[in-house]
Design a protein around this ligand. Sequence first.
Ligand SMILES: CC(C)(COP(=O)(O)OP(=O)(O)OC[C@H]1O[C@@H](n2cnc3c(N)ncnc32)[C@H](O)[C@@H]1OP(=O)(O)O)[C@@H](O)C(=O)NCCC(=O)NCCS
Length: 176
Amino acid sequence: MTEFRDAGLVDADAVAALHAESWRAHYRGILPDAYLDGQVFQERRAFWQDALRNPRVDDLTIVSAEATGLTGFVSVVRDGEPGFGAVIENLHVRPQLCGRGLGRRLLGEAVARLMAAGVPSACLWVYDVNEAAIGFYARLGGIPDKHGFDDFAGARAPDTRIVWPDLAVLERACKS
Ligand SMILES: CC(C)(COP(=O)(O)OP(=O)(O)OC[C@H]1O[C@@H](n2cnc3c(N)ncnc32)[C@H](O)[C@@H]1OP(=O)(O)O)[C@@H](O)C(=O)NCCC(=O)NCCS
């Protein structure tokens, strides 16, 4: 049985642990080995403690949980990208649970909340080498529309913006 709920400060350590686990599993070669093998959990814990202690109005962090603990999370901000109502900043499923529909359900939970708030459109940025995530977003109707670079943890990696100019398209895809 999977429960979806808003994250609170009490979830910060578990979200950080899942975030670090996902990055270690999927971002090797994107983020520096020294960071992934070193301070990734501490850095993510500081990030999530701050984000969940001081959430900005309309920011959204939703976790999925089972009796055994957190299984994934999604976070969305509303003012991150000019021209778009929302930016999906993070979407992570526990590595051993990927490919079972949880990513789509998590995204669907966030999108339902955005639609209810009248948000018309959304986008996100994905690393170019993250082909699995790019395939996932394409399956959900996302359109690549521009390229850039992300600087994080001392590394620079090319990334691509994926857009849903009509958020209803993503809402339908998350339900299909
Ligand atoms: C990307 C991620 C969130 C997707 O979640 P998931 O639970 O693995 O994906 P789902 O099982 O919900 O897949 C939903 C649909 O997308 C499809 N899909 C998933 N990956 C795909 C791929 N690489 N290519 C094509 N379709 C894909 C699935 O087949 C499914 O469609 P279907 O029901 O018609 O078969 C998850 O794999 C993850 O956490 N990856 C690591 C972190 C990451 O890269 N996050 C994104 C950062 S931008």
